[in-house]
Write a protein that binds this ligand. Structure first.
Ligand SMILES: Cc1cc2nc3c(=O)[nH]c(=O)nc-3n(C[C@H](O)[C@H](O)[C@H](O)COP(=O)(O)OP(=O)(O)OC[C@H]3O[C@@H](n4cnc5c(N)ncnc54)[C@H](O)[C@@H]3O)c2cc1C
Ligand SMILES: Cc1ncc(C[n+]2csc(CCOP(=O)(O)OP(=O)(O)O)c2C)c(N)n1
Ligand SMILES: [Mg+2]
Length: 580
């Protein structure tokens, strides 16, 4: 069915008789879904069989984990809801890592699984897994649908819940007999009315006044900006707020891009691998204004020592996050965009030049220890490779990272000016995220220059998705930061386990040859001078390009706050002489 025909069908009055499988696609079409990422099997086959009549493009992943990460990357890049689909049993259980990833990072997904027929439920039938039971703690909500009539209400509610309030993944498990049955399809009657679910919160007037008093009276304020600002689309308001108040902005890993990286008020990333001056500023601040971030333990370090001199304001859409980790003076429950809109007229233009000068001093001091200021000693360091990738792409790429050292170096050395230009898994941090999430991101934003920056370990967890990339004709460039080891874990062994490197060295395949097996151009880079030309070659090439960037393995991400230490007790990079 063409898009036009589908729209006409949508306007047709009165209920029509459809199979459950057709209802699934009707609902997806009416929800505006353009792509579904999935993998078929017996229990979901009625749905797949009905698919061709609908204007939705199905992307066949190579593994259901990949399908969910693709849907997640699609949602994070494009701002809509990502949709993934799988069969019962192993198909559904393979989705678990992807669903948990989306849950931890508040990413809106609808995952649809087939289930054995309702008469067989509980009989240990072939490929029967209680997936609603399995995913109960890792979904925002889930449904087991055993009646054809219930499919449309469940799916409409699933989309509503996934995208409203604090976004998150919702799973809809549909038995095979419900897919095969028939019902009178009535879109309007399926309007979502989930009982007890109230995602619309507004802060109290008294709390707003209190917040304004604190903001207007602070002399060493810092804004802590998180993913919620991007989810709310509040970047413009944040910039106006920061510029009017001249309050500097620190970002969480997932908040990167919410405020332009090149803006003079941008401090950079805070946290256990945050920049030294940012953590020091947080610790010295007299006011923290936390916007759409959840005080993750990677951000706070030892809670008892966190920002001891600061009053704290927390703007947050989920009441459960308020005073969960950090006790605050003022909690403003609501959408950060609406809250900033309300606060903006009441904030006084301010001059914090003395405070900004003090932070600038901290920054100058820390920069002397940055690897960027070290002269080239013939080794290729990951930080240099990422810095050069940033320069060669003029900072305009949409970068999707995996998990590990390269992820932290990307956050430190690739400067992001736009929201949704860095996609990374923060809360769960599953290796294998980058390649499939980058495929989803590129499908959501076909004009973006998408780069997957991935470790040699994580790449091998989902590298089969190169097949999806080729089958779909998707141009994602891949930069493998190849240090020959599980770098982030090796780093822990270096510092805390007497440099006993058990189970962290990797024997890798020849990634360039591997790429060629998929018909993908591969380029090996072994010295710093090779990075920029390789990035330019990738940009000029019509299809995807894979760079195997061989970097120094004996390196660590600095600064580093050890587990249980305060945010200002950072292990710093030794001076250049010391590492020679
Ligand atoms: C190896 C590794 C190292 C890491 N090191 C660091 C580090 O050094 N520094 C760091 O910052 N992170 C680090 N992380 C990431 C960290 O674990 C967390 O994922 C991250 O700090 C969470 O950022 P966040 O709170 O902004 O985003 P999320 O976890 O996505 O939380 C967003 C918050 O915003 C709220 N929200 C959503 N929508 C709205 C809205 N419309 N209005 C208001 N509120 C809203 C949500 O309810 C939620 O509380 C690391 C991760 C890994 C894997
Ligand atoms: C699925 C999964 N297993 C284990 C880990 C623990 N872990 C975190 S980082 C890391 C090493 C990653 O190595 P690599 O992908 O090569 O990246 P590097 O740190 O070397 O840049 C490991 C094993 C994880 N995050 N995810
Ligand atoms: Mg590695």
């Amino acid at each position: 069915m063409s898009r036009k025909a589908a729209r006409t069908a949508g306007r047709r009055a009165g209920p029509r008789t459809l199979t459950g499988a057709q209802v699934v696609w009707e609902c997806l079409t009416r929800e505006g879904v353009s792509h579904v990422f999935g993998y078929p099997g017996g229990a979901i086959l009625p749905v797949y069989d009905a698919m061709p009549a609908y204007p939705v493009h199905h992307v066949l992943a190579r593994h259901e984990q990949g399908a969910v990460h693709m849907a997640d990357g699609f949602a994070r890049a494009g701002g809509g809801v990502g949709v993934a689909m799988a069969t019962s049993g192993p198909g559904a259980t393979n989705m678990v890592t992807g669903i948990a990833t989306a849950m931890m990072d508040s990413s809106p997904l609808v995952c649809i699984t087939g289930q054995v027929s309702s008469a067989l439920i509980g009989s240990d039938a072939f490929q029967e897994t209680d997936i609603t039971g399995v995913t109960l703690p890792i979904t925002k909500h889930n449904y087991l649908v055993t009646e054809t009539d219930d499919i449309a209400p469940a799916l409409r509610e699933a989309f509503y819940i996934a995208r409203s309030g604090r976004p998150g993944p919702v799973l809809v498990d549909i038995t095979k007999d419900a897919q095969q049955g028939a019902c009178a399809f009535d879109w309007n009657a399926a309007e979502p009315t989930p009982p007890g679910y109230r995602p619309d919160h507004r802060p109290r007037a008294g709390d707003l006044r209190h917040a304004l008093d604190l903001i207007n009276g602070a002399s060493r304020p810092v804004m802590l900006v998180g993913h919620g600002v991007i989810l709310a689309g509040a970047e413009g308001l944040l910039k106006a707020f920061a510029e009017r108040t001249t309050i500097p902005v620190a970002m969480t890993l997932l908040g990167i891009g919410a405020f332009p990286g090149s803006h003079p008020l941008n401090l950079g990333m805070m946290g256990l691998h945050g920049e030294a001056w940012v953590n020091e500023a947080v610790q010295q601040a007299d006011l923290l204004i936390a916007l759409g971030m959840r005080f993750d333990d990677r951000v706070t370090g030892k809670l008892a020592d966190f920002a001891p001199r600061a009053r704290k304001i927390h703007v947050e859409i989920d009441p459960a996050e308020l005073n969960k980790n950090v006790q605050v003076d003022v909690g403003l429950i609501g959408d950060v965009r609406e809250v900033l809109e309300t606060l903006l007229p009441g904030v006084a233009p301010n001059d914090h030049s003395a405070w900004l000068a003090r932070i600038e001093d901290l920054r100058r001091h820390a920069t002397a220890r940055s690897i960027q200021s070290f002269e080239d000693d013939g080794h290729l360091y990951a930080a240099h490779a990422i810095h050069d990738l940033w320069q060669a792409t003029r900072g305009t790429a949409l970068v999707v990272t995996d998990v590990g050292q390269h992820q932290m170096w990307e956050a430190q050395y690739y400067r992001h000016d736009a929201a949704r230009s860095l996609i990374t898994s923060g809360g769960l941090g599953p290796m294998g995220f980058a390649l499939p999430a980058a495929i989803g991101a590129r499908l959501a934003r076909p004009d973006a220059d998408v780069w997957a920056v991935v470790g040699d370990g994580g790449f091998q967890m989902t590298m089969a998705e190169l097949g999806t990339m080729v089958q779909e004709g998707v141009k994602v460039n891949v930069a493998i930061i190849n240090n020959g080891c599980l770098g982030m874990v090796r780093q822990l062994q270096t510092f805390f386990y007497g440099a006993r490197y058990h189970a962290t060295p990797l024997v890798n395949p020849d990634f360039v040859t591997l790429a060629s097996a998929y018909g993908i151009r591969g380029i090996r880079v072994t010295e710093r001078a090779g990075v920029t030309p390789a990035v330019h070659e990738a940009a000029a090439h019509g299809g995807p390009v894979l760079l195997d960037i061989r970097v120094e393995s004996d390196d660590a991400v600095y600064p580093m706050v050890a587990a249980g230490a305060g945010l200002d007790q950072m292990i710093r990079r030794p001076a250049q002489e010391a590492i020679r």
